[in-house]
Design a protein around this ligand. Structure first.
Ligand code: ASP
Length: 583
């Protein structure tokens, strides 16, 4: 038996007991006549004591060789500690060691294994197994487990069955490139790793499974934006004989369950917003609705007043920033430069301060009277003490830019509070999205999403106006889930493939199996998938998903610990019938 207890459980009630512990040496304090060691495992830290007066000389000598991260086993007696540490559960006791065995020694770790470490990101990732020994990472992995268990409990209680689907498949388009795997046994042929189990879960519905879920890895080869991972985890779900309302209901329930069980937070019924409304009010299809600052369109009020910068623009739109009338010239200049950065790409920013004394001061005083500006204030909801910020330009671009500014200010002003949760459903997404580059329509969600019945007549005549039975669950400005009611009719599915520019042959080659299945009594069905990494991070009150993943990849898609990806050797290439061409 390596241990009778963990390092986190002994307290005053164990005083006098003979126990055995095993763990890592966190810290050694050697005073010569006395040696204290902090012994750590997943459960906590227990202080060990070696004492010249009470311990044999051999034991003292051996204890003197201990260093950080040695793995040891000790047998000893639990005794009362002289100077107690009220901050840890084991702080009242220490273990007077009688036997010590070094199970393994350790090189000096490349960074300190403490709450706060001196190791930079790269170093911690290279030695991720050491990083995982640190509380902040360890606790996040344990937190992730807790969320996963709650997800499973809830869904299982609702009658969902967890079914695994294969990873070696054929392309399932979710808008990214596929990772592909060459087949040794089938020369010149490749599997694709699933961007999601989308088609399989639909086939499970055709198979009569009725309610499916899976906590599952998905793989998407896309240029990695900040905080994306090429492989990530979804809570993937599908249900039969459901309408949109049924799905929203069940998964609102799941989210509510998680908020309650994990955070102790009760939330009201989730508000709903159409995609069109979200874009108009927040310039964003995943609005953070915790901090107001809704968009106000100012075209009527701001155009044709002699300020011709605005006159020619498609849209003039503003927001009121609470309490920001006191921004200094320098702060305002910083905001202007911020929106002009290439990442945002705005051409400028107009401001109007609504001073506490009721007067107005703007960067466009030459063109607008105080009355004009007061109208802006009314439209944006600005009160004395607030700052009105206005942008103008192409409608879609300007909305996106103002949204970026709104989020930036939300962060800067501390309005995005980690302990406040504001979920909402965004519904009625467009079915299709025009892609300038390829000059083609793309499925906004994926090609299996059904159009709203009332919009079907516009499929060919005005495809851009067709709305989908698709919905996203948004939490605090993050899309945490998205799904749709699916097409279950072979004819409609093939019309959809036509619209997306697939030839009949391409559609058959890629999705023949699904079209076939639709000929054998496919039931109406729909589903949703939650981004599990992101959901966990948000519930944990963090923005970054990386620490919630045991072995994440870096921004270049590399695992720097195992050093992957890596070239294949010639023999392996030969076996796979591959030749590498490096330009
Ligand atoms: N497969 C979709 C996705 O990964 C989710 C869904 O439609 O259920 O986004």
């Amino acid at each position: 038996m390596y241990r009778s207890h963990t390092c986190g459980e002994l307290n005053a009630s164990a005083i006098g007991q003979e126990i055995t512990l095993a763990g890592w040496v966190q810290k050694v304090r050697n005073k010569g006549f006395m040696i204290w060691v902090d012994l750590r495992d997943r459960y906590g830290i227990t202080q060990l004591i070696f004492d010249e007066e009470r311990s044999a000389e051999d034991l003292m000598n051996l204890a003197g060789t201990l260093a950080r991260e040695f793995v040891i086993q000790v047998k000893g007696e639990v005794i009362e500690r002289e100077s107690k540490n009220p901050n840890i559960p084991t702080g009242d006791i220490e273990v007077l060691v009688k036997e010590l065995q070094i199970l393994n020694d350790s090189k000096t770790p490349p960074f300190t294994i403490e709450e706060e470490t001196d190791g930079g990101e790269d170093l911690r990732m290279k030695y991720r197994y050491l990083d995982i020994r640190r509380n902040p990472v360890k606790n996040k992995l344990m937190f992730r487990h807790k969320v996963a268990m709650q997800v499973r409990n809830y869904l299982s209680d609702q009658g969902f069955i967890e079914v695994e689907t294969p990873y070696l498949i054929k392309s399932t388009p979710e808008g990214a490139r596929d990772f592909v795997v060459p087949s040794r046994m089938n020369e010149g042929q490749f599997y694709a790793l699933p961007q999601s189990p989308q088609t399989f879960k639909q086939l499970l519905m055709v198979g009569g499974m009725d309610k499916y879920f899976q906590i599952v890895k998905c793989f998407r080869d896309e240029d990695l934006r900040a905080d994306r991972q090429p492989e990530f985890t979804q809570i993937d779900c599908e249900m039969t004989f459901v309408e949109q309302e049924d799905i929203l209901d069940i998964f609102e329930g799941l989210t509510r369950h998680l908020l309650k069980e994990i955070k102790g937070v009760e939330v009201d019924k989730f508000p709903r917003m159409t995609y069109a409304e979200a874009m108009k009010k927040y310039g964003n299809d995943k609005p953070d609705i915790r901090f107001g600052m809704e968009f106000a369109e100012l075209d009527e009020l701001a155009k044709n007043k002699g300020f011709n910068v605005f006159d020619q623009q498609e849209l003039v739109v503003g927001i009121a920033v609470p309490g920001a009338a006191s921004f200094t010239r320098k702060e305002l200049d910083a905001l202007i430069s911020w929106v002009k950065r290439p990442q945002v790409g705005a051409s400028g920013l107009v401001y109007a301060k609504y001073n506490e004394d009721g007067s107005m001061k703007s960067s466009v005083d030459k063109f607008y009277s105080e009355e004009d500006l007061k109208e802006w204030a009314e439209a944006t909801g600005a009160k004395p003490g607030d700052l009105i910020l206005v942008m103008a330009g192409d409608a879609n671009k300007t909305r996106t830019q103002l949204s970026a500014l709104r989020m930036h200010l939300g962060n800067e002003l501390g309005l995005r509070k980690a302990d406040e949760f504001a979920p909402l459903w965004v519904v009625d997404f467009p079915l299709l999205e025009w892609d300038e580059e390829t000059e083609r329509y793309h499925a906004m969600h994926h090609p299996f999403t059904s159009p709203k019945p009332e919009d079907i007549s516009k499929l060919e005549s005005a495809p851009g106006e067709v709305r989908a039975n698709a919905y996203d669950l948004v939490l605090n400005g993050n899309e945490i889930g998205g799904g749709s009611i699916r097409i279950h009719d072979q004819q409609m599915q093939s019309r959809m493939f036509d619209l997306l520019g697939f030839t009949k042959e391409e559609a058959k080659a890629q999705f023949g199996f699904l079209m076939d299945a639709f000929q054998y009594g496919a039931p109406p069905h729909g589903g949703i998938a939650f981004g599990f990494d992101r959901l966990t991070a948000i519930l944990g009150g963090q923005e970054s998903i990386r620490d919630y993943i045991a072995f994440p990849k870096n921004n270049a898609g590399r695992d720097i610990m195992i050093d992957a990806p890596a070239p294949l050797d010639d023999e392996q290439l030969e076996e796979l019938h591959l030749r590498v061409k490096i330009e």
